[in-house]
Ligand binder design. Structure first.
Ligand SMILES: [Zn+2]
Ligand SMILES: [Zn+2]
Length: 411
C-alpha cells in the first residue's frame, strides 16, 4: 500500500473504509469546518473496552491498594487525598508529601469536588484561576511581588473567603500582593488601597486616593462612598517594609500616574470597570522588573520547570572538555554529552523525572538511576586527571579554571 500510515505493517493492503473516512474527512481541517453537518452522521459514545478511562486493560490491571489509575482519576480531590494517605509503598515516599501538599492547596481553596479526569477546557474561569493561585501558595517563594487580576471574578462569597485566606497566606510568607479588584470583601482585607478613576476610559486613569483602608473610607471618591455601607474589618493594617515608586505612568488611559506601592503588604487597586486598574497593574509589573524585584503575574500562562544547568554549559568550553575526556579515555566524545549517547536512559538526560499531574503542577523528582547527574552510570567510570565529567560540572567557574589551567581553551 502506498503512503500507509506510520506504524502499519508493511504487508497491509487496504486502509479500510472507517479509518479512511476518519483520516480524510472527519479529522481533516475540511471536516472540522463542517463539523455541524458531519455530526448528523457520526455518534460519539463512551468506548466500551475501557469505559472511557482511555487506558488499556494492562494499565487498568495495575493496582495500588485495589485501585487502578482509572479508578483514581474518578475520585474527587478529597477522596483522592484520603486514598494517598493510605499508600505507604517505598516508591511513593518522594512523591507523597508534594502530592499531598498540592491536593490540600486545591481542597483549601474550595475545589475538593474536582476530579483529575476533568479536562482543563471544562473548568470555569474561576476554577482555573483558583488552580493557578493554589500553585503559587504551595511553593515556598518569598519576597516576590504577586499581581492578581480580579481573583474574585465569578466567585461566591464563600469561595472569596477561601481565596482571601489563600492570599493572606501568600502575604504571610513575606510576599507583596497586588490585587486588581472591586469586590468589597477583598478590598476590606487590604492593608493599602489605591483608587483609580474617577470614571472609565477618558474620564479615568488618575489616582484618586492612596492609603490605608480606614482613611480611604473618609474619602469623597465615588468608590469610597460606595464602600461606606460596609463595616471595615482590617483595623490594623500591616506596616510596609518599603515602597516601590511608580513614576509618570501613561499606559493606555493612565494619565501621568505617579504613586508608591507598599512592599510586604497587600494592596488593592480599586475603581470602576475600565478606569485603568489592569493597566496600572501592568505598570507595576514593569516597574518592579526594572527595579530587579522578582515578579509573578498570575495569568493563563503556565510556568516552565527549571532544569539543572551549570556555569559550564553557559560557557563555550564544555565541548572542549568533552574532547579532553574522549582523548584521555579513547572513546567517543558523544559519550560525555548528556544530550547524546551519554544520557541516562531513565530520565533521558534531564536528571529529573517529571510526573504529569493533570491540571496541577508537575511533580519533579531527582532521577533515581543517575541521581540527577544526567549521565548513564558507565560514563562516570571515565576519568580525566582523577575527575569524572560530573565532578567537572559540579565545579564552580573558579575551580574549573584552576583545574584546566594550561589548556588552550581556558581564558
Ligand atoms: Zn477505550
Ligand atoms: Zn537519570
Amino acid at each position: 500500500m502506498k503512503n500507509a500510515p506510520e506504524k502499519w505493517p508493511k504487508t497491509a493492503l487496504y486502509e479500510g473504509i472507517i479509518p479512511r473516512m476518519e483520516r480524510s474527512i472527519l479529522h481533516s481541517d475540511e471536516g472540522k469546518r463542517h463539523q455541524k453537518q458531519l455530526d448528523r452522521f457520526v455518534t460519539v459514545q463512551t468506548c466500551h473496552d475501557c469505559q472511557g478511562s482511555r487506558v488499556n486493560e494492562k494499565v487498568r490491571s495495575c493496582k495500588i491498594n485495589e485501585k487502578s489509575i482509572a479508578d483514581l482519576v474518578e475520585l474527587s480531590l478529597d477522596e483522592l487525598q484520603a486514598f494517598i494517605a493510605t499508600v505507604d509503598a517505598p516508591l511513593a515516599i518522594d512523591l507523597k508529601p508534594e502530592l499531598t501538599n498540592q491536593l490540600q492547596a486545591l481542597i483549601d481553596i474550595g475545589l475538593s469536588y474536582l476530579t483529575l479526569n476533568r479536562s482543563t477546557s471544562s473548568l470555569s474561569g474561576g476554577e482555573a484561576q483558583r488552580i493557578r493561585i493554589s500553585k503559587y501558595i504551595n511553593n515556598a517563594l518569598n519576597d516576590v511581588l504577586y499581581i492578581l487580576d480580579e481573583p474574585s471574578a465569578g466567585l461566591y462569597s464563600k469561595d472569596i473567603e477561601r481565596i482571601n485566606r489563600a492570599l493572606q497566606r501568600l502575604k504571610a510568607k513575606g510576599n507583596t500582593v497586588v490585587l486588581v479588584e472591586h469586590h468589597p470583601q477583598l478590598i476590606q482585607t487590604a492593608d493599602y488601597i489605591i483608587d483609580i478613576g474617577p470614571a472609565a476610559g477618558e474620564q479615568g486613569g488618575q489616582v484618586q486616593f492612596a492609603g490605608p483602608y480606614h482613611e480611604f473610607l473618609k474619602q469623597p471618591t465615588i468608590t469610597s462612598q460606595e464602600l461606606q455601607k460596609m463595616i471595615p474589618v482590617n483595623d490594623t493594617p500591616r506596616h510596609p517594609q518599603g515602597w516601590l515608586a511608580v513614576e509618570h505612568a501613561n499606559l493606555h488611559n493612565l494619565k501621568d500616574v505617579s504613586t508608591k506601592i507598599p512592599l510586604g503588604v497587600m494592596t488593592v487597586l480599586y475603581g470602576v470597570a475600565g478606569s485603568g486598574k489592569s493597566s496600572f497593574g501592568e505598570v507595576i509589573r514593569q516597574t518592579a522588573l526594572e527595579n530587579k524585584q522578582e515578579v509573578i503575574a498570575i495569568s493563563q500562562k503556565s510556568i516552565g520547570i527549571n532544569l539543572r544547568s551549570t556555569p559550564l554549559t553557559y560557557l563555550d568550553i564544555f565541548s572542549d572538555i568533552r574532547q579532553l575526556f574522549a582523548k584521555e579515555n579513547q572513546v567517543s566524545t558523544t559519550l560525555f554529552s548528556y544530550n547524546s549517547k551519554g544520557a541516562c536512559p531513565h530520565c533521558k538526560g534531564k536528571g529529573v523525572i517529571v510526573s504529569d499531574m493533570a491540571f496541577m503542577d508537575d511533580i519533579v523528582t531527582e532521577c533515581e538511576i543517575c541521581h540527577g547527574t544526567r549521565y548513564r552510570p558507565e560514563v562516570l567510570a571515565y576519568m580525566y586527571q582523577g575527575k569524572t565529567i560530573v565532578d567537572i560540572l559540579d565545579m564552580t567557574v573558579n575551580e574549573s579554571s584552576q583545574f584546566f589551567a594550561g589548556e588552550t581553551f581556558v581564558k
